[in-house]
Design a protein around this ligand. Structure first.
Ligand SMILES: Nc1ncnc2c1ncn2[C@@H]1O[C@H](COP(=O)(O)OP(=O)(O)OP(=O)(O)O)[C@@H](O)[C@H]1O
Ligand SMILES: [Mg+2]
Length: 644
């Protein structure tokens, strides 16, 4: 395609907060706009409002949405009609009434109230109030994080000036180990949160001070208690190479193990009867002591024990231990806290399936040489949950559980590849406020990248992500939830993406017939009332998982960001993504049954893409966690968009 210069509105998107110190007021205005942008996007994408009613100006990016019954128009000064029914608010919103009066719609609450009567269903008053509250809470937390960010970025800029680094990645590469750089980038990159969730930073149970004390975007340090759970009161799932949890823990956390044993000895307890159980400090004080009072009284759980310092990763509840020695695993913990949309428990299904899926993937990666050395994982080596020896119920263990994620292979590398969590690539650089990925794209260049250079980079990126994700899906029926927070890109010294590092397998979806046809088995977790994640009859739920996480929330999002940043032709990057997706299908074609290959190719390249209806789910108070809608497939035979 011709690389015409196709200007897009220059107003800021979420990633464009100026790097310089921003007063709280500016941060709040920015965060409100962030919420408006998310609401507008979800309302149209999910069909809650009819996007075909939008009228676009013949030139420029303005649009009107008629509110006939109110004899009024909603005026968007900038609305980018991007592929896949993605309407990105880049300007302001104004209500224009019949008498010509104009009312600025600056807050998400105003927008919700104004548009609720036009929704394609009638939300209950409680659900509307819930949305109001959660969005307002997100805005407040987002603004706080952006104020904090101004200071953090200032500190980083000073350090960078002292070393003469060209950018943040350059600085970290010069001054840290790859592990340290990867962990810092993960925390620093947690500013934006999920790319379009309207309640992206909701933490309704936490005060602003607690949000700052516990969240990765505040560079938080959080104590984790190493409590003790009676050995016969636990279900332990291990990868095959782990012979015994206690021995494994003693090897991975030698000093902590010693302190933990000493603590038990001081209480005259025989340490051989107990298992170390990490508990997040907030969870311990605000939930465990009360909710498990009976277990504590019965002598099932001893909540005293040594504390270790940890740093939260982007998911808030997976913790990086700050221990002087060795390479401790990451610790994933339950939290009785609503974050974004869910209470972050760690249920038995995730405990059972995480190590099992990790083991299957490791065997596959060994057989397939990592699909051309492009795919690596953070294996979940050991996981356990409380299960009473007599009552044998799994459910009570969902808030008394842990999963350990091995990190040595992934982070202690000698190939120079730096793992960068994908969300971090979207985060504004401390140097110039542009998305960090621009530093990687422009690393070998002098100055701003040309559209051609961006195209070359995006092609390499798409190839790196799509090839392994589709190969393991099509060949083995394994769906990787490769969204921005579960995926790190392994970047070479020159910024080029070379591979993927995936985490979070507890809720991973698989299609058993494909896996079994290649000689692997995966024992499913079966429990009344728990939705299955190993599917037999239909591959659709697995495909949806891949399309939603990897294509909608990750690759489409990257295409949007780069198209906007570099003012690229409206559908060009999606054309590249189409070519790379088609190439990934071609790469495995000889090994796949033809009807499956054709059917899947159609689903990825032509059919509408299924994706989770995040706003509708919220408005229906999460009565159904599997609500989905379809987006026009942005890779389907590309028609130049009328409003592009
Ligand atoms: N860019 C992002 N995309 C998706 N989720 C994000 C993003 N940034 C932050 N998050 C947060 O990460 C979490 C994603 O949920 P998910 O179930 O994948 O992870 P998890 O199981 O809680 O933890 P982990 O990935 O550490 O195993 C949510 O809490 C969400 O708010
Ligand atoms: Mg995750």
């Amino acid at each position: 395609m011709q690389l015409s210069n196709h200007p897009l509105p220059a107003s800021p998107t979420s990633q464009a907060l100026p790097a310089a110190s921003a007063p709280q007021q500016d941060a709040t205005a920015f965060s409100r706009h962030n919420a408006l942008r998310r609401l507008v996007r979800c309302l149209f994408a999910e069909g809650i409002l009819d996007c075909s009613a939008l009228v676009f100006a013949p030139h420029g990016a303005a649009a009107w949405f008629p509110l006939w019954d109110q004899h009024a128009l909603l005026y968007f000064s900038g609305l980018w009609a991007a592929p896949a029914a993605t309407y990105v608010l880049t300007g302001t919103v104004t209500l224009v009434k019949a008498d010509g009066t104009r009312l600025a719609i600056d807050t998400p609450g105003q927008l919700i109230d104004l548009l609720a009567p036009r929704f394609d269903f009638t939300p209950s008053p409680e659900s509307l109030a819930g949305l109001h509250d959660d969005v307002a809470n997100s805005v407040a937390n987002d603004a706080l994080a952006r104020s904090h960010r101004a200071h953090w970025n200032q500190t980083l800029r000073q350090a960078m000036e002292a070393t003469g680094a060209r950018g943040l990645v350059d600085h970290l590469r010069q001054n840290c180990t790859l592990r340290e750089a990867a962990v810092l980038l993960e925390q620093w990159g947690s500013l934006e949160g999920h790319p379009f969730y309207p309640t992206w930073k909701t933490k309704p149970q936490l005060s602003p001070a607690e949000v700052a004390q516990l969240s990765p975007e505040f560079d938080a340090q959080v104590p984790v208690r190493i409590a003790a759970l009676r050995s016969n009161m636990a279900y332990v799932e291990r990868m095959p190479h782990v012979a015994d949890y206690r021995t494994w823990f003693a090897e991975r956390f030698p000093q902590v193990w010693q302190r933990w044993k000493d603590g038990l000895a001081a209480r005259h307890l025989d340490e051989r009867d107990w298992l170390p159980l990490p508990i997040h400090s907030w969870h311990l004080d605000h939930y465990v002591k009360d909710a498990y009072a009976a277990e504590i009284a019965e002598g099932v759980l001893v909540f005293d024990g040594p504390d270790i310092d940890t740093r939260p990763t982007m998911s808030f509840r997976t913790m990086v231990p700050q221990l002087p020695s060795a390479t401790p695993p990451f610790i994933k913990l339950p939290l009785a806290l609503w974050l974004t949309s869910e209470q972050r428990s760690l249920q038995a299904k995730s405990i059972h399936m995480g190590p099992r899926i990790s083991a299957v993937i490791e065997r596959i990666l060994a057989q397939e040489q990592g699909f051309g050395h492009r795919l690596e994982i953070f294996p979940e080596e050991v996981a356990l949950h409380y299960r009473h020896a007599v009552r044998q119920e799994d459910r009570p263990g969902r808030h008394l559980s842990v999963a350990y994620r091995a990190t040595a292979q992934a982070l202690d590398r000698n190939d120079g590849l730096l793992p960068i969590t994908v969300a971090t690539l979207f985060t504004a650089s401390p140097v110039d406020g542009r998305a960090l990925i621009t530093e990687l794209i422009e690393r070998p260049l002098a100055g701003r990248a040309t559209p051609e250079a961006v195209g070359v980079y995006f092609r390499q990126y798409a190839r790196t992500v799509v090839q392994p994700v589709l190969a393991i899906y099509l060949l083995y029926g394994i769906g990787l939830e490769a969204h921005q927070q579960n995926t790190s890109v392994l970047c070479a010294e020159d910024g080029t993406p070379r591979g993927l590092l995936i985490r979070d397998f507890g809720d991973g979806r698989t299609f058993a017939p494909l896996l079994e046809a290649r000689g692997h088995t995966l024992q499913p977790y079966v429990h009344p009332g728990i939705l299955p994640t190993v599917f037999r009859d239909d591959i659709e739920p697995v495909r949806t998982f891949v399309l939603d996480a990897c294509f909608v929330c990750h690759l489409h999002e990257l295409a949007l960001a780069l198209t906007h940043e570099y003012q690229l032709p409206p559908t060009w990057l999606w054309e590249i993504l189409r070519e790379e997706t088609a190439a990934a299908f071609d790469a495995v074609k000889p090994r796949i049954e033809p009807s499956l290959w054709h059917a899947e190719r159609t689903q990825f390249l032509e059919a509408p893409w299924p994706t989770r209806s995040v706003l509708r789910m919220h408005l229906q108070q999460y009565a159904d966690y599997r609500l989905q809608h379809h987006l026009p497939n942005p890779l389907a035979a590309l028609q130049p968009s009328a409003h592009g």
